[in-house]
Design a binder for this molecule. Structure first.
Ligand SMILES: Cc1cc2nc3c(=O)[nH]c(=O)nc-3n(C[C@H](O)[C@H](O)[C@H](O)COP(=O)(O)OP(=O)(O)OC[C@H]3O[C@@H](n4cnc5c(N)ncnc54)[C@H](O)[C@@H]3O)c2cc1C
Length: 404
């Protein structure tokens, strides 16, 4: 792997964070092609579907080496294309679907985004109201999705749709695969507090997809949706502790640069951050041990998710405190992504830290909010009594009527 990186990266490579935004985008596109051509993309996929078929241990080593070198493990939308829908297709898809979609994901011909959340269905995802009905050989979709990350870069969307309103809410959902390049699909960008527009609203008006573009059974989409969420929340144990270590080292350098290490309160906070990154490393190792033993990430992945996302708000707030008044008028290079840390190699600019602190706010919301994760951990990991739920579940339609 070291030889591969040395061969394909420039000799003065410092990490993708050292590039400008335009350079980083161009590098990511070109790097994805290098990974694909060398069979380092979608590392868990079996060789029969075009993946490299690496063992679990090899996948972990590769992910760590990429993180250390400061290069992405795929393209911008691959978290949706490979990690989420690709993996889910391999679990649930028919042989025809796997043979059709998987190569197109690898080639980059199909670029996916995630159509789960709606204005009235976020934490309560089972409440989705985006409707789909069969019209001859096609599904017709009407409704709205929201917070669709990188939807403006995608040409396919996987959509949770309401196909039977007259049964309890989780039982009338169907998982559809919808092409976005059609008049019935409109993508409207949402402007974030950083000024960027990384996510969108997606409106479906008489949008259509073929009848066979369904994963799992009609009205059986909930189980498929949960499989996909397992993939969304897992897969971070190997790389996140490394990324947070690189980020904390950079913060230590900032604190020294600004003379903040003389301040006993700041010193104590930095020590606390160091302790938490170490704890995260051990939490990661525990998840990796389970992964290497063949277990898919289950409800306990919420423990790691809550720990890193809450830590990240604290560490970036500390950075803002160290910057002091400079954080009010940030300058320099802003982070290139709204997710997790700024990229390895990023300069110690105030804009990098302020932007990352904005982005850290989102960490306790996406992929399941902290409160909801705590409910899951309480009920499914610790075995605490469940929240009261009515024994007679009303239909989705009756529930809507009662709410309005
Ligand atoms: C950066 C970012 C990217 C995203 N990308 C996507 C994407 O690509 N595709 C997509 O479909 N969605 C995406 N989302 C949406 C995300 O999944 C939802 O925001 C999330 O599920 C929370 O839903 P909500 O925003 O509707 O908040 P709500 O569900 O309305 O929650 C509001 C508050 O109530 C709390 N709460 C809700 N229910 C409970 C409960 N039972 N017990 C205790 N507290 C509760 C929550 O914790 C939260 O604090 C993204 C979100 C962010 C921030």
């Amino acid at each position: 792997m070291q030889a591969f990186l040395a061969e394909h990266l420039p000799p003065d490579w410092q990490g993708i964070g050292a590039l400008t935004r335009e350079e980083a985008e161009a590098f990511t596109t070109q790097w994805r092609n290098v990974l694909r051509d060398n069979h380092y993309l979608a590392t868990s996929w079996p060789a029969e579907y075009g993946g490299p078929g690496l063992t679990a241990l090899e996948q972990v080593i590769l992910a760590e080496e990429f993180a250390r070198a400061g290069v992405p493990a795929g393209g911008t939308n691959d978290v949706f294309s490979i990690q989420m829908v690709g993996n889910t297709l391999l679990d649930w898809g028919t042989e025809d679907q796997k043979r059709h979609y998987i190569p197109r994901i690898l080639s980059g011909e199909d670029i996916w985004c995630q159509g789960y959340s709606e204005p009235n269905a976020g934490s309560d995802l089972g409440n989705v109201g985006c409707r789909a009905r069969l019209d001859g050989d096609e599904w017709v979709i009407d409704g709205q999705k929201i917070w669709t990350s990188a939807g403006h870069l995608a040409n396919w969307i996987f959509v949770l749709t309401r196909t039977d309103p007259d049964v309890p809410k989780h039982k009338g959902i169907t998982f559809l695969l919808c092409p976005m390049d059609q008049p019935g699909v409109e993508v409207r960008p949402i402007k974030m507090m950083s000024g960027d527009s990384e996510f969108n609203e997606v409106f479906f008006t008489n949008a259509r997809c073929p009848k066979e573009n369904i994963i799992g059974e009609v009205n059986g989409g909930w189980a498929v949706a949960m499989t996909l969420l397992g993939y969304e929340r897992g897969e971070a144990a190997a790389t996140f502790p490394l990324m947070f270590r690189i980020e904390l080292d950079r913060l230590m350098a900032l604190a020294k640069e600004r003379g903040a290490t003389d301040n006993p309160v700041i010193r104590q906070q930095l020590a606390e951050c160091h302790t938490k990154v170490e704890i995260m490393r051990y939490l990661g190792l525990r998840s990796l041990t389970q992964f290497l033993a063949g277990h898919h990430p289950g409800p306990e992945s919420g423990i790691f998710k809550n720990f890193w996302s809450e830590y990240h708000q604290a560490v970036t707030q500390l950075a803002v405190d160290i910057l002091g008044a400079d954080a009010m008028a940030p300058s320099g290079r802003w982070p290139t992504s709204s997710f997790q840390t700024d990229s390895p190699g990023a300069p110690n600019d105030s804009a990098s830290w302020v932007g990352t602190s904005y982005n850290a706010r989102a960490g306790t919301i996406y992929a399941g909010s902290s409160q909801v994760q705590r409910n899951i951990i309480g009920e499914m990991v610790l075995g605490l009594p469940k929240e009261p739920r009515g024994s007679d579940q009303p239909s989705w339609r009756d529930q809507q009527a009662a709410r309005s």
